[in-house]
Structure formats: C-alpha cells, structure tokens
Design a protein around this ligand. Structure first.
Ligand SMILES: *[C@@H]1O[C@H](CO)[C@@H](O)[C@H](O)[C@H]1NC(C)=O
Ligand SMILES: *[C@@H]1O[C@H](CO)[C@@H](O)[C@H](O)[C@H]1NC(C)=O
Ligand SMILES: *[C@@H]1O[C@H](CO)[C@@H](O)[C@H](O)[C@H]1NC(C)=O
Ligand SMILES: *[C@@H]1O[C@H](CO)[C@@H](O)[C@H](O)[C@H]1NC(C)=O
Ligand SMILES: *[C@@H]1O[C@H](CO)[C@@H](O)[C@H](O)[C@H]1NC(C)=O
Ligand SMILES: *[C@@H]1O[C@H](CO)[C@@H](O)[C@H](O)[C@H]1NC(C)=O
Ligand SMILES: *[C@@H]1O[C@H](CO)[C@@H](O)[C@H](O)[C@H]1NC(C)=O
Length: 422
C-alpha cells in the first residue's frame, strides 16, 4: 500500500515537473502549450499578421469602409483566424475576388457585426473631441475590434464623478467599462528599505528608484524602458521611461538603479531626467551619467528557467489587434497578453496621452516605464521587437514611433533605439 502510494506521489510529481519544464517560454505559458509548439504557433500568428497588413488598408478604402468593421486575430474552435467583422455580408464575395485577398480565404473568418469601421471612427473622433473638452480624470478611450465598438474605460469610477462626461458621450453608444480601483496613482509605489544585491547591468524592465532632488520624502519606483543613443552624439546614452515617473513635482529627478526583488533605496546612481514634462504624452528621458552603466539591447525575464534575457533586434509599432504582446517591469516582472486596442487616448484631467496601445497584459504599480514587446522569430525565441513603454493605466503603453518623434519635436534630441544588429 505504501509502495503504491509512493509511486503515485512520484508519478504526480514527475507529471507536474514535466508540465513545468516544458513551459519555459513566455509564449508557451500564454498559449498554454509546451515549448516545442511555440515556433509553429508564432509562425502562424506572424502569417496572419502579414495577411492583416494586406487586408487592413483595403478595408479602409471607400468601397469597403462602411461594409466591414475591422479585423483582429482570435481563436475560433481551436484554430487561429484573422476575424473580419462584417456589416454587409453581400460585400464578402467582392472582397474575396480581389487577387490580393483571394489566396488567403481559408485564413479569414467573417463575423457578422453591426458597427462598420467608418461608424466606429466617426464615433471615436466625436468621443475624443468630447474627452478633450470635458477633460475627465483617468479615462481611456479606444476602438476594441473584438467588441466591435468604441470603449470608454473609466478608472477610479467611485472616486471621480464623470456623470456629465458619460452623458455627453452616450449618443455615440460606447461600451463603458467601470473599474473601481483605489484613488492613489496605480503605477507609483513607495519604496521600502533593505540591503542586498549589486549589479551594474540595466536591462529593459529593471527597477528604478527615483528621488526628488529637493525633497527627501518624495521618492518613487518605476521601471526602465529601453536604451537609446543620440544620433548626432552617439556617446550620449539615454533610457526611456514613463513621463509620470519623473515629473511628479520635480524639475530634475535623480534616478537610481534598483534590481528586481531588491528594496534597497539607493543602489547605483544612473543619471537624471531631462526635458520633462512632454505634454500630451507619457514620456520621460533619463540621461545616463554614470559610465559604469553601458547600454544593453535586452529585456529582463530572470524569473524564468530559460529565456532570461531577451534580445532587442528592432523597435516598431503594432498594427494588428489580437496579437500577443508582453511587458517587463519591476513589480509583476515578465507577463504576456494580447493587443486590445491601438491609437487610444488616455485623459488624466489636466493632460492627455495620445497614440496609446491597450493590452490585456498584467501590469502592476511600479511597472510603469517598462518595455512592451513581442517575439518575432520562430527560429530564435530569444529575439524580440520593442513596441513602446508601459504608461499609467489599464495595461496601456505609449507607442515607440510616437516616443521618438515626440522627443524629437519637443526637445530636438534625435534618439535611436539601441539594438542588436541582426
Ligand atoms: C507537447 O504537447 C503535445 C500535446 O499538446 C504532445 O503531443 C507532445 O508530445 C508534447 N511534446 C513533448 C516534447 O512532450
Ligand atoms: C506561413 O507562411 C509561409 C509562406 O506562405 C508558409 O510557407 C508557412 O507554411 C506558413 N506557416 C504556417 C505555420 O502556417
Ligand atoms: C450591401 O452591399 C451590396 C453589394 O455591394 C449593396 O448592393 C447593398 O446596397 C449594401 N447594403 C447596404 C445596407 O449598404
Ligand atoms: C445588431 O443589430 C441588431 C438589429 O438592430 C440587434 O438585434 C443586435 O442585437 C445587434 N447586435 C449587436 C452585437 O449589437
Ligand atoms: C455627480 O454629478 C451629477 C451631475 O453633475 C450629480 O447630479 C450627481 O449627484 C453626482 N453624483 C455624486 C455621487 O456625487
Ligand atoms: C515632499 O514630498 C512629500 C511626498 O510626496 C509631500 O507630501 C511633501 O508635501 C513634500 N514637501 C514639500 C516641501 O514639497
Ligand atoms: C523575485 O520575486 C519573484 C516574485 O515576485 C519570485 O518569483 C522570484 O523567484 C524572486 N527572485 C529572487 C532571485 O529572489
């Protein structure tokens, strides 16, 4: 009896060990498959994204814009499809006859919906204008393709009375989502003290301790985004982070490195923030003054048994809804989810962040500033592209193309992503 019992225990532990051991890659965890299946699924997702890149501009044409309601990648009965929201079903044949689309018929899933792209864009623009005039606090707006509607996402719904704003947007029938979170800013954490760790490499997602030069009790925790260098002065190195991490009542925040799982306040001085704040966008720039820190084109995932450092080979925007997207940050470390919206607007009352990526990735206080990325190569699961940085709310991110052009327009700095030549 005892022997059988032991055998069962052994089998159970072997089983859980093997499940664990096979799911080391972040995408294996997200997709709930074992590691060996990740390359083929990633390749398939990339194929659907490529089809979406062909289809999207066609659906924007006058001929189709009021007959279809956007596209997104989703699983339907165990298979991944490019879902095409369809308002006027008699247009489907016309679309499938196009030589550019015809070869991909089997990858498309036409789903009957009510809202066309032209209607959603019209409603989004109206709601965006109302948002800019009402200046509601803590509101995110975006088009969610799988909901086939404009979403108005209200954070702190108990705390802020947005009744007038909600009444004003109501004629445009948005899907209103209320979130009842506490009123303290979600992504700023108070540091605690202890002493461990010393490490002189800063990767995307690493922890930062940010200190107000003029006020010893004004300290915040955020995450490092990615390394950049100045195109005209390549020796000058900068780390991009979220704007709200450095602009809280200080002109020039002092930034220290604080490794994951460490709560020691001052580990190593990195540098100070420059050119803050940049209006309408949640973007901050740290000038790296400490020469002990050299740029590394990598992102941190050190909780994992493998794929501990992911290599950045490019920085490009996201264009497709429903594709995987991950982030790295000091609090919830490396997590993955899906793209839920693009080109969103975040209103905090006195200011807005535009061109926001909305994701379902788990984000917690302190993750702000960390990089948002996706895997690019079925052949090499270490390689990633950066899409932006985590900002204030709702697992949202500021898009990388926006980051670079806004910095250039507002500061004159012409920054370029530090990346591995591939
Ligand atoms: C991975 O999982 C699939 C089923 O999902 C299974 O068929 C395959 O044998 C597994 N691979 C390994 C190496 O265990
Ligand atoms: C992706 O597309 C390429 C080129 O069309 C094709 O050879 C490959 O088999 C596709 N991969 C998957 C997983 O469907
Ligand atoms: C749907 O498309 C067909 C074919 O182009 C067109 O004749 C019809 O008027 C459209 N219906 C609506 C409601 O727009
Ligand atoms: C679409 O419109 C029809 C008719 O107006 C309505 O019955 C249906 O509930 C609507 N569907 C959605 C998803 O809103
Ligand atoms: C919110 O504001 C509206 C109109 O401004 C007012 O009628 C309502 O009583 C307020 N609600 C609360 C809970 O304060
Ligand atoms: C210093 O920072 C703390 C925490 O943010 C704040 O409560 C306090 O008012 C600040 N003191 C001054 C003089 O600004
Ligand atoms: C750091 O903390 C995470 C949980 O937040 C844990 O999973 C991980 O093992 C810790 N790493 C170290 C080196 O203590």
């Amino acid at each position: 009896m005892k022997a059988i019992y032991l055998l069962i225990i052994l089998l159970l532990s072997l089983q859980s060990y093997s499940i664990y051991a096979l799911q080391t890659h972040p995408l294996a965890k997200l997709w709930k498959v074992n590691d060996t299946e990740v390359p083929i699924l990633l390749e398939f997702e990339k194929n659907l994204t490529a089809i979406d890149d062909i289809l999207r501009p066609i659906l924007e044409e006058d001929e189709f814009i009021s007959s279809f309601g956007g596209t997104y990648i989703d699983q339907i009965e165990d298979k991944l499809y490019l879902v095409v929201n369809t308002v006027n079903e008699s247009k489907v044949d016309q679309l499938l006859k196009l030589p550019k689309i015809n070869p991909y018929e089997d990858f498309l899933y036409f789903f009957k919906t009510n809202n066309s792209m032209s209607r959603m864009k019209y409603n989004f623009d109206k709601i965006a204008a109302i948002t800019q005039s009402f200046k509601p606090k803590d509101v995110l707006i975006y088009i969610d393709m799988s909901l086939n509607n404009v979403v108005v996402y209200l954070f702190n719904a108990l705390y802020f009375n947005n009744t007038k704003y909600i009444n004003a947007v109501d004629p445009f029938n948005p899907s209103i989502i209320y979130e009842y979170t506490p009123s303290v800013p979600q992504n700023l954490l108070r540091p605690q003290h202890d002493a461990r760790f010393l490490n002189i490499r800063i990767l995307g997602g690493d922890g930062l301790y940010i200190k107000n030069k003029n006020n010893d009790s004004d300290n915040w925790l955020c995450s490092a985004g990615f390394w950049t260098s100045d195109r005209y002065n390549p020796n000058k190195k900068y780390i991009i982070i979220a704007g709200h991490c450095v602009e809280n009542n200080f002109d020039h925040a002092m930034v220290f490195f604080q490794p994951w799982n460490s709560t020691q306040p001052y580990v190593s001085y990195i540098g100070s923030s420059v050119y803050n704040p940049i209006n309408f966008y949640d973007i901050g720039i740290i000038h790296v003054e400490n020469e002990d820190f050299f740029p590394i084109p990598a992102i941190k995932n050190t909780d994992a048994d493998q794929y501990k450092e992911l290599i950045i080979i490019d920085g490009i925007p996201v264009f497709s809804h429903g594709v995987h997207i991950c982030k790295s940050g000091r609090t919830s470390h490396f997590t993955c989810g899906y793209v839920q919206g693009l080109n969103g607007i975040y209103s905090t009352g006195d200011r807005f962040a535009l061109e926001i990526i909305i994701t379902s990735t788990d984000v917690k206080g302190g993750d702000s500033g960390g990089p948002v990325l996706s895997f690019v190569s079925p052949q090499d699961l270490f390689l990633v592209v950066v899409h932006g940085i985590v900002i204030n709310r709702g697992s949202s991110a500021q898009s990388i193309d926006t980051i670079f052009h806004v910095i250039k327009e507002n500061t004159g700095l012409d920054l370029t992503l530090y990346q591995q030549v591939h």
